[in-house]
Ligand binder design. Structure first.
Ligand SMILES: *[C@@H]1O[C@H](CO)[C@@H](O)[C@H](O)[C@H]1NC(C)=O
Ligand SMILES: *[C@@H]1O[C@H](CO)[C@@H](O)[C@H](O)[C@H]1NC(C)=O
Ligand SMILES: *[C@@H]1O[C@H](CO)[C@@H](O)[C@H](O)[C@H]1NC(C)=O
Length: 216
């Protein structure tokens, strides 16, 4: 009796499971909406173009809606029905492109574009699928450029000061050298004079000789 009771009960379980699966499949397929978000976290830098990429599947016509939620509030970006109409809000009119698979491209992002992006896909029966993408916007490039510019200016200033300093050093060294050589020559000539004074005859003779040379 026992094995006989066991067999039918197992059959019933298997039957119920298959029935459930079939029912689920049958319920899901006609009105089912599915949405895949391959990259739920995007890191962007200011002025970059980003693709908020999703892929939906839906029987029949779907309505897609994108919203942006940040600390400044909730803004509607775009709403469109595949092959029917595309409605992009005026704020985003010139920097949003919509794609057939439900994705949107956002051009020239700013710091204000950071936050959460919610996408809703709705089929004709009102079944929904939701997706979220978090976007971080960084100012890294500009900060780097700023840093480089400041560093460059600082280095230029330092080199200018160094050049001035070296020029001054050179100048004062020259002056010092001139002075010392002048002093030395003065001292030398004095010595010479002292020596030559002892022999004035020769000196006058030389002068006379020079004078006659100058006349000729
Ligand atoms: C974005 O940056 C955060 C750290 O700030 C990091 O954890 C995350 O993996 C990054 N995401 C992507 C898609 O690069
Ligand atoms: C959606 O379409 C766009 C444009 O054709 C493409 O770049 C993107 O990769 C697609 N997204 C997915 C998830 O396939
Ligand atoms: C597009 O959006 C505007 C403003 O939100 C709305 O008045 C208009 O009815 C929408 N158009 C369609 C076709 O949904």
């Amino acid at each position: 009796m026992r094995p006989r009771r066991g067999r039918p009960s197992r059959g019933v379980v298997v039957g119920t499971v298959t029935l459930c699966l079939a029912a689920g499949w049958a319920l899901q397929t006609p009105g089912g909406v599915s949405l895949v978000v391959p990259q739920p976290n995007i890191n962007a830098t200011v002025a970059q173009n980003i693709l908020l990429s999703v892929e939906y599947s839906c029987r029949g016509v779907a309505t897609i809606e994108w919203k942006h939620v940040s600390s400044w509030g909730t803004t509607s970006i775009a709403e469109w029905r595949s092959g029917n109409y595309v409605n992009i809000s005026t704020v985003y009119k010139d920097r949003v492109t919509t794609f057939e698979n439900g994705s949107i491209q956002l051009r020239n992002v700013g710091m204000r574009d950071a936050g959460y992006y919610f996408v809703t896909v709705m089929d004709e029966h009102g079944t929904n699928a939701y997706g979220t993408i978090i976007v971080n916007v960084y100012e890294i490039i500009y900060e780097d450029l700023h840093f480089v510019a400041v560093l460059f200016a600082f280095l230029a200033a330092v080199s200018a000061i160094l050049i001035c300093f070296m020029w001054l050093c050179n100048k004062s060294l020259h002056l010092f050298q001139k002075k010392t050589t002048h002093k030395l020559t003065v001292a030398d000539s004095n010595k010479h004079r002292v020596i030559s004074n002892s022999d004035t005859k020769d000196n006058t003779h030389e002068k006379q000789f020079k004078g006659t040379q100058g006349l000729q």
